[in-house]
Design a protein around this ligand. Sequence first.
Ligand code: GDD
Ligand code: MG
Length: 355
Amino acid sequence: MEAILLVGGQGTRLRPLTISTPKPLLPTAGVAFLAHQLARAREAGVTRIIFATSYRAEMFEAAFGHRAQGVDLAYVSEREPLGTGGAIRNAATALASGPDDPVLILNGDILSGHDVPAQVELHQRSNAAATLHLTTVDDPSRFGVVPTDADGRVTGFMEKAARPVTDQINAGCYVFRRSEIDAIPLGEVVSVERETFPTLISSGATVMGYVESAYWLDVGTPEAFVRGSCDLVLGRIASPAMPGEPGDRLILPGAVVSDGAVVREGTTVGRGAEIEAGATVLGSVLQDGAFIAEGATVRDSVLGRGARVGPGAVLDGVILGDGASVGPGNELRDGLRLWPGISLPPTAVRFSADD
Ligand code: GDD
Ligand code: MG
């Protein structure tokens, strides 16, 4: 089976990490995020994937070439972003599948443990135009809300609805009958969520919902990105692309972690990164060459390449861009982000334990 992978988004919510690297290529549990998706697609029987690229298109081919994780790869780029539907149509020009064949479409920022072959089987059995993987989340307002009837047929599609009618959402993995993709106008900006699905449903086409609540995560926000990386390291979602066995931490070759440091909760320590004695690093992602000094505490945070945390500093839910540096004693919390190369001086006032 062939698949189209949507990877043209700008990854705005993950800035500044996505200034230099597109979201799907961010190091996640030791490899580019997409390596996990490619490996899982391969396991599900996908043999060829077309990348639908736009933002920093050239970096994808440079990263994966024409074969990776056992899958053949091709690239189709948009000069201007065409939206999700326009991107799917554009990439379809490179498909070899016949008009009635099922084609898998994947959002490029999803970690999912659902049973793709079972989704394809439902699609074929229902002779559907399209079959969507659906799952449930606590806050459906950030997603495409997708109600279904008693037979599992999709009855509506409301993208980012202010007042969601159900907590059942589009999980970003579709099976399309090839001919339905070809019906999307070529070279135009089209949203599959706001245009293609609502039109298909109102025209009476069979659109099915494949409901499965396996592990599922959209890694498009900083909190979700860190969680996804740690869940992979901890083995909460299995990935054939993981370098090494699941465990409390993933330490990549060339990293130096002092015996006197505490590193846990799924933290990844990148190549050439260093953690000194007395530092505590929990549930975080350290990209290559990052440095954490003695006595610092880093939790739920991402350190870009070569970022530095000084002695005794505290980071909680923070993103440091490449080469950013936090001087001794600073406390940064709650979604704070430092842009690449920014340096915070040491705190002027040092507190002692009896203050
Ligand atoms: N090639 C290309 N061109 N890709 C694009 C474009 C484009 O113009 N726009 C977005 N993409 C890609 C992104 O790179 C991403 O992989 C995917 O399409 C979805 O875009 P996001 O920006 O991540 O959308 P979202 O997370 O807000 O919402 C989507 O995913 C949700 C599930 O996580 C929608 O499909 C929702 O309906 C869905 O619930
Ligand atoms: Mg997303």
